[in-house]
Design a binder for this molecule. Structure first.
Ligand SMILES: C[S@@+](CC[C@H](N)C(=O)[O-])C[C@H]1O[C@@H](n2cnc3c(N)ncnc32)[C@H](O)[C@@H]1O
Length: 260
């Protein structure tokens, strides 16, 4: 068995691993949040962009959500991910760069070059949980502030310790795609707040093992980190609802407004 980096071997079976996810509903929810809490055309606080909405998607993976967002909007999107194999799958799904979509390999846990033009930035489906320490979260927030237009939006979600604790029944899974089989197994270290997932991907070229480490940040930790970064919380919502997130929420969606 060969150990490889997260989201290298997994890229080819990722869509099968996520087959249970209703990405159309995810996209619908995200667009609803932006309509509800972002620009509404009437507020001086966050006027709507005048020349189309330009979106930076971080941790876009194979573009499953991107595809639905593009279908349900007239956005232009820069689609990014830190994993070249995942981004390659996204290119196959969405087509090469065109007038609405372009691609870039980008590590969101570092300070990246940005020109302050994005109306909205997205980091969805647990990407935030891949940030393991304060330094990485601070780098993300500092870069997002540079990349977005003044009073632009950031929408991200996070899985909390309650998700890892309450859903241990889903910690093991297996499936296949074409000639490839995968096996997934997780465990959660409550004390450290670290959720570890091991994938074994078996195919004609052998068996590959990936170990993914994610931090289950608590709601209050994220509240503090956002405040320290000078980012305004427009809404923090409990598990795909419009109800406020609370200390037992399993998943939280955050709608954040950048400073002037
Ligand atoms: C669970 S997947 C979600 C992908 C996609 N958003 C979706 O909804 O299917 C997490 C993604 O985050 C990416 N990722 C993790 N850490 C990253 C980092 N530091 N910089 C950029 N991408 C990262 C992974 O490569 C992976 O594609």
């Amino acid at each position: 068995m060969k150990s490889v980096a997260p989201y290298s071997s997994l890229a080819t079976v990722y869509d099968a691993v996520m087959a249970h996810v209703d990405y159309e509903a995810w996209a619908d929810y995200v667009l609803h949040l932006i309509d509800e809490y972002g620009w509404d055309g009437e507020s001086d606080d966050a006027p709507p962009p005048t020349e189309g909405i330009h979106v930076l998607e971080l941790g876009a993976g194979t573009g499953l959500l991107t595809e639905e967002l593009l279908d349900q909007s007239d956005w232009t999107m820069l689609v990014t991910d830190g994993s070249a194999p995942m981004l390659a799958e996204a290119r196959v799904r969405l087509g090469e760069s065109n007038e609405r979509t372009s691609f870039q390999e980008l590590d969101f846990s570092t300070i990246w070059e940005a020109d302050g033009t994005f109306d909205c930035q997205l980091l969805l489906y647990d990407g935030f949980n891949y940030l393991l320490d304060l330094e990485q979260v601070n780098a993300l927030f500092a870069s997002v502030k540079k990349a977005g237009r003044p009073r632009g939006l950031l929408v991200f979600d996070q899985s909390t310790p309650h998700n890892s604790i309450n859903n241990a029944v889903f910690f093991e899974d297996a499936g296949e795609k074409g000639t490839l089989q995968y096996h997934r197994k997780s465990h959660f270290d409550v004390e450290m707040g670290i959720h570890t997932t091991e994938f074994e991907i078996t195919g004609p070229e052998g068996v590959f093992r990936e170990v993914h480490r994610q931090r289950a940040w608590t709601r209050s930790q994220v509240v503090d980190l956002l405040a320290q970064a000078g980012l305004e919380v427009v809404a923090s919502l409990d598990g795909f609802s419009l109800d406020p997130a609370h200390d037992e929420s399993e998943r939280i969606h955050w709608v954040i407004r950048l400073p002037d």
